[in-house]
Design a protein around this ligand. Structure first.
Ligand code: DC
Length: 225
């Protein structure tokens, strides 16, 4: 039987990780796991309890929450306990609060264990911030996908406008830079490129070109980018 390996894709917000990871997983017939959605799901649940939850509330809540991915005809739905939060976790409110939740040690411990369980048999493409460094440091393929702050802000702007949100490009750029700073400087599992990860800058690449590069790395054995 062909080996089913783990593909770890890390990088900053808006670099295109989830878009390319999803397509890559389909091409490989693997399962795609969006770990950012899991942090968003916990942030969403915390916001249902309070606008400013205490550390105790967050810790108690994460230990009593089930986050699930359920396949549907259009892709995958995200569930918190029995509630479908697929759309709710993408609001600007959740985006603005998720970094703080992702810094909590208990949240990281619980979600990391869930992610390790989900990927233990291989055959997964998992994206996030610490997959190649903490969740699966032994992953066969590790990609660090990045793009300039300006390019990432423009992509997020187009996405939000298409969904009907009112937003300003300059403000999004500031928020992305602030989120990068918070993700890269937090004490536990900060966003960093694993020493053995292959770095790809997608600023000037199309989605298809990025997927082709990744697929080539995983299947064709290309290891220089
Ligand atoms: O990729 P995203 O924007 O949906 O991620 C949401 C937040 O979760 C972001 O602030 C970083 C955090 N995150 C993390 O700390 N570790 C992960 N493995 C995935 C996401």
């Amino acid at each position: 039987m062909q080996e089913k390996f783990i593909v770890a894709i890390d990088g900053p917000a808006g670099a295109g990780k989830s878009t390319v990871a999803k397509i890559l997983a389909e091409k490989l017939s693997y399962i795609y796991i969006d770990t950012g959605a899991m942090y968003r799901a916990i942030a969403w649940k915390c916001l249902q309890v309070s606008e400013k939850p205490t550390q105790e509330t967050i810790e108690e809540l994460v230990q009593n929450t089930c986050v699930k991915f359920v396949p549907n005809k259009n892709g995958t739905s995200v569930y918190v306990d029995d509630i479908d939060v697929t759309e709710a976790i993408r609001t600007p409110e959740v985006s603005a609060n998720v970094s703080a939740i992702a810094q909590n040690e208990m949240v990281r411990k619980v979600l990391t264990a869930m992610q390790q369980e989900m990927g233990k048999s291989g055959g997964v493409v998992m994206d996030g911030r610490d997959i190649g460094t903490c969740v699966f440091p032994e992953a066969k393929y590790k990609i660090y996908l990045t793009a300039t702050v300006q390019e990432r802000a423009e992509r997020r702007y187009k996405e939000l406008i298409a969904k009907g949100y009112n937003c300003e490009l300059a403000k999004l750029q500031e928020e992305i830079a602030a989120r990068d700073h918070s993700d890269m400087t937090r004490a536990i599992s900060p966003l960093t490129k694993a020493l053995d990860a292959i770095e790809i800058d997608s600023s000037t690449l199309t989605i298809q070109e990025t997927v082709d590069l990744l697929y080539g790395i995983c299947v064709g054995g290309n290891d220089v980018v």
